[in-house]
Design a protein around this ligand. Sequence first.
Ligand SMILES: [Zn+2]
Length: 415
Amino acid sequence: MNTFTLIFLAALAISISVRIWLAQRHLRYVASHRDAVPAAFSDAITLTQHHKAADYTLAKTRLSFLQIVVETSLLLAFTLGGGLQWLDNALSGVFASEMTRNILLIGSVMVIAAAIELPLDLYRKFVIENRFGFNALTPKRFFIDLLMQTTIGVLLGLPLLFVVLWLMQAAGDLWWLYTWLVWVGFNLTLLAIYPTFIAPLFNRFEPMENGTLKSRIEQLLQKCGFTAQGLFVMDGSKRSSHGNAYFTGFGKTKRIVLFDTLLKHLEADEVEAVLAHELGHFKRRHVVKRMAWVFAASLVFLWVLNWLMTQTWFFNGLNVTSQNTGMALVLFFLVLPVFTFLLQPLSSLYSRKHEFEADQYAAVQTQAHSLISALIKLYRDNASTLTPDPLYAMFYNSHPDAQQRIARLQIAVHN
Ligand SMILES: [Zn+2]
């Protein structure tokens, strides 16, 4: 057996074991804390609501085992199982042009993976979300969304893929650098057009009605020195009852979007505090910093891919004999997550640091106690667990635990 096959299998075994171990810990921890609301929340959250959060978390975590089985089987079927080589052989028999073959190879892998993961997604939305009363999607809307997402994905992704494959073949030794520049440009363009061209295809965005809430928010924006194109309310309720708020776009297209579901559940001062938290992310340049990390990582990955595509052991070790650019690209992105999985806690830690900073910003610009009550309502209404397994949370969670966030905000209240 090829040494790289062994390395790949070992990395895969490690990542699967860690995922299963963490999910099991999480299940045990949440179940064993199901029967008591943590003291800090006992005034605001009833035992019934706490039970719901635990059961919702358990249902989602149990589904993740199935997710691991499906993902791993698919990865092994494509690589060591010979699926990719079989696809490539089949396409070579029909299409003479290498570019067409490469695009179809990558396209087929994406379609097959999406088709196999579809039942899991359906189960998540129409069984779990339904059972806990969060789903507002009809099957019809689900499939219309899927069709539109696929169409947009093809319209945007196909030209990008064509350019990348062309650069890999024709741009010489520095193709990875040119590809990186194209990738950065593509992402920045997407970010600029998303709020005005893509998001409105899926949701209605109404300018916020004039009133006390709007003038309070405008005052807050002015105080924080923030200019945005507009303040919009989005009909998130047509898909789910989970509430949210976000900033989107950059430069001239920058806008603030509040879900209608958020406005329904929060008081004006709480909405203001949630917005101030989001503003904190902008003011502390978290979005830019995260983007810089993502771009830096993609440059490294492309450079590694440049090296790997000339290494026969990389292809043979994954049971592939066609050593060409399309195959290199698809193999690389299939196996990359296996090797980067253990970096997840670093990314989560970085994100949690930013969340604390945004909370601090909100505490200074608005009232810390308003953010505390907003957070409690959001945890309650979204049935987010208050008692995650500490190691599981450390590994995956992009947001600090409710208890930690509120404890830090309470220090701000007392100062
Ligand atoms: Zn945040």
